[in-house]
Write a new protein. Structure first.
Length: 262
C-alpha cells in the first residue's frame, strides 16, 4: 500500500510539472503572438488553451493536496493566471487590449511556480482549515494580479500613450482595491477566530497594511499629476512584491504566523 501511494504521488508530481511547463509555454507563446497585430486572433486562442491547461493544473494540485490548492506560494502562483481570466474579459469589454500583458504575467507566475518546491506531500495546516481560507486568499491573489497589470500600464505610460495607459492603470487599481480591502478585513476576522486576536503586528500583516495604505493614498492624493500617479502606482506595486514575495523569503518570516504560506 505504501509503495502504491508513493507511485501515485510520483505520477501526480510528474503531471503537475508537465502541466505547469505546458501552461507557461502557452502563455509565453500567446504573449508573443499578441504583441504582433497579425497574430491577435491566434494569440487569444493560445491564451484560451493556456487557461484550460491551468484549470487542469488547479485540479491536479487540488487532488495532490486533498484541499483547495491555495496554501503555499507555488499553489498561489499556479492559480494566479485563472484569476486573470475575468480581468481579461472585463478589459476586452472596456475596449482595452491587455491580452499580451495578461499572458506575460501568467507566464512569469508559472515560471516562478516552477522555481518553488513542489511539496507533493503538502497538507492543509489546522490554521488553514477555515471558511475564510478560500475567500481570503483568492481575494488577495486577485488583487495582486490586477495590481501587477496596473503597474505594467503605469510603467509604460510615457509619451503619446501616457494618458490612455494611466487610465487603464487607474481602472485596474480601482478594480483591485475592494479585493485588497476584503483580504485585509477577512484576514483580521480569520485571525480572531484562529488566534483570538484581530491583529498581531505580524510582518505579513504589517506589509499588507502598508500596501493597502499606499493605494488608499493614491486614490485620495489631491491634484495628482501623471508623474505622481505613476510613482504611487509603482510604489504600491513594490509594496505588493515585498508583501507577497520578499516577506515570505526573508529570515524574519521564520517567526511569522504566516510561515505556512511559504
Amino acid at each position: 500500500m505504501g509503495f502504491q501511494g508513493q507511485e501515485i504521488d510520483t505520477s501526480m508530481s510528474t503531471i503537475i510539472i508537465i502541466l505547469t511547463i505546458l501552461s507557461a509555454l502557452l502563455f509565453a507563446a500567446a504573449g508573443a503572438l499578441l504583441l504582433v497585430r497579425r497574430g491577435a486572433v491566434g494569440g487569444e486562442r493560445v491564451l484560451g488553451v493556456g487557461l484550460v491547461c491551468c484549470v487542469l493544473l488547479l485540479a491536479a494540485n487540488a487532488w495532490a493536496a486533498q484541499a483547495p490548492p491555495l496554501g503555499n506560494m507555488r499553489h498561489v502562483l499556479c492559480a494566479l493566471p485563472l484569476l486573470l481570466a475575468p480581468v481579461w474579459v472585463y478589459l476586452r469589454c472596456s475596449g482595452v487590449q491587455a491580452g499580451a500583458g495578461i499572458a506575460g504575467v501568467a507566464a512569469v507566475a508559472l515560471i516562478g511556480a516552477l522555481c518553488m518546491p513542489l511539496q507533493a506531500g503538502w497538507r492543509q495546516a489546522p490554521a488553514l482549515q477555515s471558511a475564510w481560507f478560500v475567500p481570503h486568499v483568492t481575494s488577495y491573489v486577485a488583487a495582486y494580479a490586477m495590481l501587477t497589470l496596473s503597474a505594467l500600464y503605469a510603467a509604460g505610460a510615457w509619451g503619446e500613450r501616457q494618458i490612455p495607459r494611466l487610465e487603464a492603470a487607474h481602472s485596474l487599481a480601482r478594480l483591485a482595491f475592494p479585493f485588497l480591502t476584503f483580504g485585509l478585513c477577512s484576514g483580521a476576522l480569520w485571525a480572531d477566530a484562529a488566534w483570538g486576536r484581530y491583529w498581531a503586528w505580524d510582518i505579513k500583516e504589517v506589509w499588507s497594511l502598508i500596501t493597502w495604505l499606499i493605494y488608499l493614498i493614491y486614490f485620495h492624493a489631491p491634484g495628482s499629476n501623471a508623474a505622481k500617479q505613476r510613482a504611487l502606482l509603482l510604489l504600491g506595486f513594490a509594496a505588493v512584491l515585498v508583501t507577497f514575495l520578499i516577506v515570505n523569503m526573508a529570515p524574519l518570516a521564520t517567526n511569522s504566523l504566516h510561515t505556512y504560506a511559504r
